[in-house]
Design a protein around this ligand. Sequence first.
Ligand SMILES: Nc1nc2c(c(CN[C@H]3C=C[C@H](O)[C@@H]3O)cn2[C@@H]2O[C@H](COP(=O)(O)O)[C@@H](O)[C@H]2O)c(=O)[nH]1
Length: 341
Amino acid sequence: MDGPLSPRESAEFVAGKSRDVSIDGGGVRSVAELLLAKASGPELSPGGWKALHELNPRAADEAAVSWVFVTDTLNFSFWSERDEHKCLVGYKGKTYSGYWSLCAAVNRALDEGIPITSASYYATATLDQVKHIFRSDTDVPMPLIEERHRILNETGKILLEKFQGSFLNCVRKSEKSAQKLMHLVVESFPSYRDVTQFEGKRISFYKRAQILVADTWSVLEGKGDGCFTDISSITMFADYRLPQVLAHLGALKYSKELLEKLLRGEMFSYGDRQEVEIRGCSLWCVELIRDCLLELIEKKGEKNSREINSILLDYYLWDYARDHREDMKGIPFHRTRCIYY
Ligand SMILES: Nc1nc2c(c(CN[C@H]3C=C[C@H](O)[C@@H]3O)cn2[C@@H]2O[C@H](COP(=O)(O)O)[C@@H](O)[C@H]2O)c(=O)[nH]1
């Protein structure tokens, strides 16, 4: 059987048939103009991954790559039923929520001498050990902790069997191709298989596999084993924050019916038509924003020394969503509980 459409093909296909989500051309342009002002700044450069985020590894060695692998293996579903009542992790005097609570818990475990980034540890870690590592400072635990335990054991066992326990070995098998690495990850690790159906076609968004490739590129600073020749073929990562920020910025529009469902906080199942439309249109929207931004840079005559790609746009927009949480309160995010994003 043929594989699913690629994330980019899937997004174009979904956007072309979407009923409840649409992309606003004017909004796309205004986001591109917002990004143009940042095009030569640190936020839109690969170095921003380390410079702007204190929890990310400083090094570019095997341990740092292992850190990226374990965090991106668990990089899903942090939203809480009530935003004022959520999992929080205190680390080195700061309190972290959402995705950053995961990273803070990983760093806290390492400081406590727990080898959470070693496959030989997490392949057989018990549920109690995993609950301890990802413990919350509030009475709200990290969501899906049992699934996180199962995925850690499954992924650790496969990494030991197929790649001698080192994700860097998996990276090296990709021969510096981002696409080869993405497909090797999806073929090897079941929890990364973010694939569903839409209008009779098998489609993929591969959100965690793509962000894993992107974060590997970032932690290795685009050099050596991380010098992927086709890194710009990786698309944005179809999570639940990017749609929210794209709607907030006017680039994504929801039908009245869908907006009312979102505002009621209704749950969506992974693969529901409207959930797929939100993810697919968001992904396609960022592709259009990138195209528009590259045109604006061209027109400005600015020789853009660095290539702007969808990864850097995604990172920027995700960080923007974090920094503008208050302004975005009125724009809901879609609530799906799953292990894929
Ligand atoms: N599209 C996209 N989705 C991303 C990320 C990241 C973390 N990357 C950062 C790390 C280093 C880089 O510099 C990035 O700044 C997490 N997520 C997703 O968001 C959701 C969590 O959100 P909240 O509940 O607010 O913490 C959840 O689905 C998670 O999988 C990203 O970059 N892009």
